[in-house]
Design a protein around this ligand. Structure first.
Ligand code: CP
Ligand code: NVA
Length: 314
């Protein structure tokens, strides 16, 4: 079966099949290899993308701007401090207008519902650059990075240690369930991923062969191929900072926790930005097992692949 993603939005990996995700991973690797060539192809000439941001960003914004711009496309950064979105104008109406002017839209912000509404009413591909619920473009770069270090991801074990209910952990759970990657969330019970998402992922995991587990016990990292963490306090949850510190201090990824894998070849992943000394020590994130910087670079290659597939039928 050939894969065609022309015209599709990416709101959550729940909407994509394992085969389609596999296709995007392979295309990302091809895009990365091409990026080493002296001449950059010009595949987005005449195209425009609106980059809507309610929350801050370094990697996601820069990945979209550079990936699209260097191939001749015109990215337009729109912070919600500057435009009418949801303030004087409904999301539906903004979507309708942007859809008349742009080839595609990226949204980063609070509600998943907003990115869904943009996709419903704009008539152009919409990419979720992070919401409170999901961070799908991140998860694609994470799996790509894992495969670069360890080979095919199917059957590998990825352990997420930290805030198990956040957008990054939730997206990893979905992509792992689709691709057959074993995924363990190690988190205090108070921060377990929600039951609805677990129920959604269970049949997907059964079909792909992935084992999904949730535990409060850090001993569960034993044998893991990769350990992943993210900030204890996500954007928009700043009022929970002290509570999170109290709950998550025993879950810091330090060398002692890395050593609990019982392996010296397990890798460390982090979506960044990192708060060194909280969720991860400087020794681990800046050390030999870390792939966090490759992972950041891969944001650009994966985002370019997503845009090529959905805008150019690549
Ligand atoms: N990982 C990530 O999404 O980084 P930014 O918040 O800097 O975009
Ligand atoms: N969970 C983090 C991810 C940042 C890329 C947040 O939402 O702030």
């Amino acid at each position: 079966m050939s894969v065609t993603l022309q015209g599709r939005s990416l709101l959550t990996w729940l909407d994509y099949s394992g085969e389609e995700i596999r296709y995007l991973l392979d295309l990302s690797k091809q895009v990365k290899a091409e990026s080493k060539n002296a001449k950059t192809p010009q595949r987005f000439i005449g195209k425009t993308i609106a980059l809507l941001f309610e929350k801050r960003s370094t990697r996601t914004r820069c990945a979209f701007e550079t990936a699209f711009g260097e191939e001749g496309g015109h990215p337009v950064f729109l912070s919600t401090a500057d435009i009418q979105l949801g303030a004087k104008e409904s999301i539906e109406d903004t979507a309708r207008v942007l859809g008349r002017m742009f080839s595609a839209i990226q949204f980063r912000g609070f509600k998943q519902e907003t990115v869904e509404t943009l996709a419903k009413y704009s008539g152009v591909p919409v990419y979720n650059g992070l919401t409170d619920q999901f961070h799908p473009t991140q998860a694609l770069a994470d799996i790509m990075t894992l495969e670069e270090s360890l080979g095919p991801s199917k059957g590998k074990t990825l352990c997420f240690v930290g805030d198990g209910r956040n957008n990054v952990a939730r997206s990893l759970m979905v992509i792992c369930a689709k691709l057959g990657v074993h995924f363990t969330v190690i988190t205090p019970q108070e921060l377990n991923p929600d039951a609805a998402l677990q129920a959604c992922c269970a049949p997907l995991a059964a079909a792909s062969g992935a084992k999904i587990a949730i535990t409060a016990d850090t001993a569960a990292v034993a044998g893991a191929d990769a350990i992943y963490t993210d900030v204890w306090t996500s954007m928009g949850e700043e009022d929970k900072k002290e509570e999170r510190k109290r709950l998550l201090s025993p879950y810091q990824v330090n060398q002692a926790l890395m050593d609990k894998t019982g392996r010296t070849d397990s890798i460390f992943l982090h979506c960044l930005p990192a708060v060194k000394g909280e969720e991860v020590t400087a020794g681990v994130i800046d050390g030999p097992q870390s792939r966090a910087w490759d992972e950041a670079e891969n944001r650009k290659h994966t985002i370019k692949a997503i845009m090529l597939a959905t805008l150019n039928n690549a």
